[in-house]
Every structure is written in structure tokens, then in C-alpha cells.
Ligand binder design. Structure first.
Ligand SMILES: C[S@@+](CC[C@H](N)C(=O)[O-])C[C@H]1O[C@@H](n2cnc3c(N)ncnc32)[C@H](O)[C@@H]1O
Length: 484
């Protein structure tokens, strides 16, 4: 697709965006070539900088746009620099800019010391990266037929051995996790204001953004994260109607004051170095300073998610005296399973939560946020298209299909042990029902399978059909090399 020069400058796709350094609102100049239907690539200019915008996602980062470990910030995959991305866009090569951000290098063919050496230097890594770039170009050419799972597998199961392969089940099988149910419950407590979006800081793959788009009372979301691949998968597959921004400075949010109805940070705040600055910023950009800090690690209980966790009163101190309520994942989950939303009316002493590992802190100057929520009108985990929960393995028989609960890894089992308490251990369905489930057609069993967490609401193009394998590392690269 090529734009006419008449469309020289347009407004950025993200409302209330401003440069985190000079505070000016950037102006977008689209590239002449627009390689993906429905997304705009271009240059965002403000008083002090030029930033890339890649497929509607402003990249407000300086230096290398690496993919970074969630907890430590360590570089897992070295990315292009922001200046290189700008140069590619100036040269009207927007697809090359996107490929540079999505093509994580493949792993060395062996991890054995000595044997591995020739695969880590010399021509091999360059050839392997070129093949991976060709593979990604091929995937982009048929991106409308792919799923979020295809891209998650590319990044976490077929890429650099510096990436923790636990990340694949951690994100792919997220919708049925205890933490997700607790988050969906907490989100019932968002303020009523629908005139502004909700900010989701450290949004990952946009699971929350999907939920808020698909629930009966939908809400617009702007998701921010530093890892571009996650945002792009969110934007194209997980929450296509929501907006995303790539930015890494949690204490310099690139938005106007009061731009959001509320600001959320889920399962990430306790990783941040700049927690005070971040909370101040989250409050600045939200009307009535309404902030939901979801799933904060309590430093009193091991194992910890890194060294920056605080105890309950430590998180409360960051509020500088603002009103607050605190609850925890166990309480939210118990109420969720009983069919009820969050109970936020009663003030508590932080010490009451000292023995809870995962804390939820809600703050607002609007008292109406501190309410006890009643029974759900629909189970929140049903929001979206009913899809088979990825923790079920599928075995076909002559007279039907067995679905069996299997934790995907030991670490996943440790982190999500509570799933056994509410998820079916196994089901047998007839072949027609199974075919309908996989095709996304409604069946008479949907309500019961949703009640037993065998089905979960998910985005339309989230999972491949169960039993259809993705390519191997070599298969994907060979396909890429053939194509190039
Ligand atoms: C455990 S994941 C949670 C993702 C998402 N909130 C969810 O619940 O599905 C933590 C996220 O925090 C992001 N993150 C960590 N530090 C960040 C920073 N300084 N700026 C932006 N994102 C950050 C990571 O990239 C990752 O996506």
C-alpha cells in the first residue's frame, strides 16, 4: 500500500501521547509505503527527537530497542537502535524496520562447549539471522492466517538460548491462571468513566487489553511495555482494537495529565527500580489519581520475584498519604470462584496482609472506587471466543476425544497449583462436539465447559488448532532460506 503525499502528516494513533522528554505532542509523518493493511508506519517528531512509529505502535525508546528479561531488564535479544529504525523509515523501508524488531536470532544448533564455538562467531550467526529474517518476512506475508501462538513460539521456543523457554506456557496458557482470574475480578472495580481509556502499564501480550475489549462492559485500553514483539502480537492478534506504546521509562509516562479513567499495572510493578516515580506518574495520568496495582510480590514471603519486592506497608508508603484499599490474590480468587467481584469497601491495616504473597493495592481520591462488588452477571473468564484451554492435551479415539489436564512444566505447576482446585481434571467429548469446539462453533456443552475452565474466552486468532504442530527451528529457517 502506498500513501499519497497529501497525507503528509496525521495525528498519531494513540490519544494524549506526548514526548517523555520535552512534553510536546509529536506529529506523525507516515512513510510513503504502508506494508500492512490497517496499520500506519511513520516518523513521530516532537521538539527534541524523532521516534519511529511501527504498525501504529510509537516506539518512545532511545538507544537499542532490545528484548529484555522481565525481571532483571537483562538484554535477551539485541535489537536495532532507535536511530537505525528511524533511518529505515526515512528510506521508506518500513517492513525492514518491523522485521528487524521481530526477527530474534535462532539458537546455536548445539549447546555443547567446544562444539558450539563455530556456531557463535564467524559467518554462521549472520547466515542464521538472515534465514530468520526471511522466515519472519514469510510470516508477515501471511500474518492474517497466523495466530498469537505462532509468534510466541517463534520468540520463545525457536529463538536465542538466552530466552527462558518457560515464557511460552507462562504467556500462552495465561487466561486460566489464578492470577488472571484475580485480575479480571479486580477490573470489575474500574471507575465508571467511559470517556477515557484505561492505561495498562507493562501490558505484556495484551491479555488484560483483550479482556477489557471483550467483556460485556467493554473499555478502551492503551497498553505500554518495553518489549516490542509482545506489543506487536497484542496489537495484531490479542487485542486488535486497543492501542499500544513501546516505552521503557516507567517514571516518565508519555501521556497528558488525567489522560486515563484509571491506570493499571498488573504483575510487574514489583520489578521496577523506580517504584516511587512510577506510582507518582500512574497517579498523574489518571483522573482522581485512580491506580490499580495488581499482583505485587510481598517481600515477607519466599520465593520472591527479585530483590525489589516490598512488604504491604512498604507499598502503602509509596502512596504519600493518598486513600487506599488492599486485598490479595487468594481473597479475590476465592470470591471469584464463588461468583463475586472484589470487596474493596473496608479499610484494613497493611499487617492484615502480611501473610499473603500476592497483593492488590487500589488508590483513588474518588470514594466510589472503594466498593464491595456483587455477583458477576457473566463469568469474566468467558469474555471472548470460547477456546480450549492450552493446559488440556488432546487424544483422539474412535468414539470421541479425551481432554486431559497437564501442567505444561514443573515451574508452571508450582506457580499455578491453585488451578487444580477449579479446573477439570479431564473430559471426554464426542468427535462432532470437538470439531465444533476447535472451529469456534457454539455447542450445547459450552456453558458447562466454561464452568469447568476447559473452555476460556480468548481472542479469535490466539491459538492454533490443537494437534497442529508449528515448524521446527530448522524447518522454519529452511523455509525462510528457500524463500530468500
Ligand atoms: C510478568 S509480565 C506481565 C505482563 C502483563 N501485565 C500481564 O499480566 O499479562 C511483566 C511485564 O513487565 C514488562 N516490564 C518490566 N519492566 C518494564 C519497564 N521498565 N518498562 C516497560 N515494561 C516493563 C515486561 O516487558 C513484561 O511484559
Amino acid at each position: 500500500m502506498t500513501l499519497s503525499p497529501a497525507l503528509a502528516t496525521v495525528r498519531t494513533a494513540v490519544p494524549a501521547l506526548r514526548c517523555p522528554d520535552c512534553g510536546a505532542r509529536p506529529t506523525l509523518t507516515p512513510t510513503r509505503t504502508q506494508p500492512l493493511a490497517g496499520g500506519t508506519f511513520g516518523l513521530l517528531r516532537c521538539a527534541c527527537a524523532t521516534y519511529p512509529q511501527i504498525d501504529d505502535i510509537p516506539v518512545l525508546r532511545r538507544g537499542r530497542v532490545d528484548s529484555q528479561d522481565h525481571l532483571t531488564g537483562r538484554c535477551e535479544v539485541a535489537g536495532p537502535t532507535a536511530d537505525e529504525l528511524v533511518a529505515l523509515l526515512e528510506a521508506d523501508r518500513p517492513l525492514d524496520a518491523l522485521v528487524a524488531l521481530l526477527a530474534f536470532p535462532p539458537p546455536a544448533p548445539t549447546s555443547r562447549p567446544g562444539v558450539r564455538l563455530p556456531f557463535t562467531r564467524g559467518p554462521w550467526p549472520r547466515v542464521a539471522l538472515a534465514a530468520r529474517r526471511a522466515e519472519v518476512r514469510g510470516m508477515l506475508a501471511r500474518h492474517e492466517r497466523l495466530t498469537a501462538q505462532d509468534w510466541m513460539e517463534l520468540a520463545y521456543a525457536r529463538s536465542s538460548d538466552r530466552i527462558d523457554d518457560e515464557l511460552l506456557p507462562y504467556f500462552l496458557a495465561r487466561f486460566g491462571q489464578p492470577r488472571f482470574l484475580a485480575t479480571a475480578s479486580l477490573l470489575q472495580g474500574l471507575p465508571e468513566d467511559r470517556s477515557r481509556p484505561v492505561l495498562d502499564l507493562a501490558c505484556g501480550f495484551g491479555h488484560v487489553a483483550h479482556h477489557l475489549a471483550a467483556r460485556p462492559d467493554p473499555r478502551a485500553v492503551v497498553g505500554v511495555d518495553r518489549n516490542f514483539l509482545q506489543l506487536w502480537v497484542a496489537r495484531r492478534y490479542v487485542a486488535q482494537t486497543q492501542r499500544f506504546v513501546c516505552a521503557d521509562r516507567v517514571d516518565a509516562m508519555p501521556f497528558d495529565d488525567d489522560a486515563f479513567a484509571a491506570a493499571l499495572c498488573s504483575d510487574a510493578f514489583h520489578y521496577f527500580d523506580a517504584q516511587q516515580g512510577s506510582l507518582d506518574e500512574l497517579r498523574r495520568v489518571a483522573v482522581a489519581d485512580t491506580v490499580l496495582l495488581d499482583r505485587l510480590g510481598n517481600a515477607r514471603l519466599a520465593p520472591t520475584d527479585g530483590p525489589l519486592e516490598r512488604d504491604p506497608s512498604g507499598y502503602v508508603r509509596l502512596l504519600r498519604g493518598a486513600p487506599w484499599r488492599m486485598t490479595c490474590e487468594d481473597e479475590l480468587l476465592a470470591d471469584y470462584l464463588a461468583g463475586y467481584g472484589p470487596q474493596l469497601a473496608s479499610p484494613r491495616h497493611p499487617a492484615e496482609l502480611d501473610s499473603a504473597k500476592w497483593l492488590m493495592l487500589v488508590t483513588s481520591t474518588d470514594d466510589r472506587v472503594f466498593a464491595d462488588h456483587g455477583a458477576f452477571t457473566a463469568p469474566p473468564h468467558a469474555a471472548g471466543r470460547p477456546t480450549l484451554n492450552p493446559v488440556f492435551t488432546v487424544t483422539r479415539h474412535d468414539d470421541g476425544v479425551d481432554l486431559a489436564f497437564r501442567f505444561p512444566s514443573t515451574w508452571y505447576a508450582f506457580e499455578n497449583a491453585a488451578m487444580r482446585g477449579y479446573t477439570s481434571a479431564g473430559e471426554r467429548v464426542d468427535a462432532d462436539t470437538y470439531a465444533a469446539l476447535v472451529a469456534g462453533r457454539p455447542t450445547d456443552h459450552d456453558a458447562e465447559l466454561l464452568r469447568r475452565y476447559v473452555l476460556l474466552g480468548m481472542p479469535d486468532r490466539y491459538r492454533r488448532a490443537p494437534g497442529v504442530p508449528g515448524p521446527s527451528v530448522v524447518g522454519g529457517l529452511v523455509r525462510g532460506l528457500r524463500r530468500s
